[in-house]
Design a binder for this molecule. Structure first.
Ligand SMILES: [Zn+2]
Length: 430
């Protein structure tokens, strides 16, 4: 009886690591001792406001992480982004060789200096604060995983490029400038790991939808309302806008992973539209046929192909079948590209899954791309195999209730460190 019991304990106890090598067990043990220092680092960076447009704050958070990476022997560089009205990015690289791993985080949050949400507050194994989850927690996972590998003496078994962007939440334009350094790093690397917040411990993203924008401008003939629908006068801009939106709703809707949303509409005799501010002011009278309408919307797609198809379908609806006396144009703007599902991404995911199983944390499942928005990893996904969503675990990203589960933080550091180590041993992952 006792012998069976001991065997059962041996096989199921999380500290036995039957599938881990001696070195891997050491990595895992070191990682799990990082909890207190990880929380202290998180508290330090969360208490510095780094709303995207607080350029000095974003740089100050970058300076803290730079200090940590310098300490680990990385060569660090701050790329100023003032030409695109953003703070800048922190990039760092170690001396290692072999598989090149691009580790992606961001320094900024959606909480600007005027937000009511500014402080790190700890309640037992939970903490709230701006960016604890999205994604200063994930940044800390990167730093502490690298520190773990350094402590275990295996940091230089791989080449790591750390990319902490300063404008993920509201990226600067043109993207060729604001994402130039990220793309350059991707071209040198074999794979990318995005540490955006996790959607549960057992899930990681192998695909994310891209997001872009569209706007429609409709023109009609201004006339007395008693003449509406008459020859030479027509239906007016507002009815035409309704036709277009109904067309989108009825003919473009329904494809898996495709979504589009008109977020703002204004129409009347006169519309003062400020696109950068997402605002418009309209004037119109019930006895005058509307002359103009503007609509601003967003589009989310799983691939460039789907994006092209949706754009074409929307364009066809706008340009064909206009109501009498009206015309309309649709314009599309590029945002974040999609990270499409691929075999390479799945191969990376499978390594993560094995790590999780060997650590005794159970099997992983690829997250539903429909549940995930765009992120920086999407910019590099055309160049390298990538997974994302292996950062902090918490709730309420982008809300005043944003929180992180501190109990899972050491496990996530442990998992990331072991994943990075195993990938350093991999050849031919591409
Ligand atoms: Zn984020």
């Amino acid at each position: 009886m006792i012998r069976f019991f001991c065997l059962w304990v041996l096989l199921t106890s999380p500290v036995t690591f039957a599938e881990l090598t001696e070195l891997e067990s050491r990595i895992s043990e070191i990682a799990r001792q990082k909890k207190d220092s990880a929380i202290a680092l998180l508290e330090e960076v969360v208490n510095i406001n780094s709303g995207t447009m607080n350029h000095a704050g974003v740089k100050a958070v970058g300076d803290v992480f730079r200090r940590e990476l310098d300490r680990l022997g990385f060569t660090t560089h701050w790329h100023d982004m003032s030409t695109v009205n953003r703070s800048g990015h922190l990039f760092a690289e170690n001396q290692g060789s072999g598989v090149c791993q691009l580790l992606i985080g961001h320094l900024d949050t959606v909480f600007e200096q005027n937000s009511a949400f500014q402080q790190f507050t700890r309640l037992a194994d939970k903490a709230t604060g701006p960016g604890v989850n999205d994604m200063k927690g994930g940044d800390v996972v990167i730093i502490k995983a690298l520190e773990t590998l350094a402590d275990a003496g295996v940091l230089d078994y791989s080449r790591y490029i750390v990319a902490f962007t300063g404008d993920e939440e509201k990226s600067g334009s043109p993207k060729s400038v604001s994402r130039g350094h990220l793309l350059e790093a991707a071209e040198q690397c074999d794979l990318a790991l995005g540490f955006e917040y996790a959607k549960g411990l057992d899930s990681a993203a192998v695909a994310r939808r891209g997001s872009s924008g569209w706007s429609v401008e409709v023109s009609g003939k201004r006339a007395h309302s008693s003449l509406i629908f008459r020859d030479g006068v027509g239906s007016g801009a507002i009815f035409e806008a309704a036709r277009i939106l109904t067309g989108f709703h009825e003919q473009v809707r329904g494809e898996q992973y495709l979504s589009f949303n008109p977020g703002m509409i204004a129409g009347g005799t006169k519309v003062d539209h400020k696109a950068v501010l997402n605002s418009a002011q309209a004037f119109g009278k019930s006895n005058v046929i509307a002359q103009t309408v503007v609509i601003q919307g967003g589009l989310r797609t799983i691939s460039r192909k789907q994006e092209r198809r949706a754009r074409q379908a929307m364009k066809t609806i706008v340009e064909n079948g206009s109501l009498p006396g009206t015309s309309a144009v649709i314009r599309f703007s590029d945002g974040y590209p999609a990270m499409s599902p691929s075999q390479g991404n799945m191969a990376l995911f499978n390594v993560l899954d094995a790590v999780s199983l060997d650590l005794g944390y159970g099997a992983m499942i690829p997250g539903d791309p429909g549940q995930r928005g765009a992120a920086d990893v999407s910019f590099v996904a055309d160049y390298v195999d990538a997974i994302d969503g292996i950062g902090a675990e918490g709730n309420g990203a982008h809300t005043l209730n944003e929180s992180i589960d501190l109990a899972t933080l050491p496990l996530l550091i442990e998992r990331a460190a072991l994943l990075m180590y195993r990938l350093s041993q991999h050849r031919g992952i591409r």
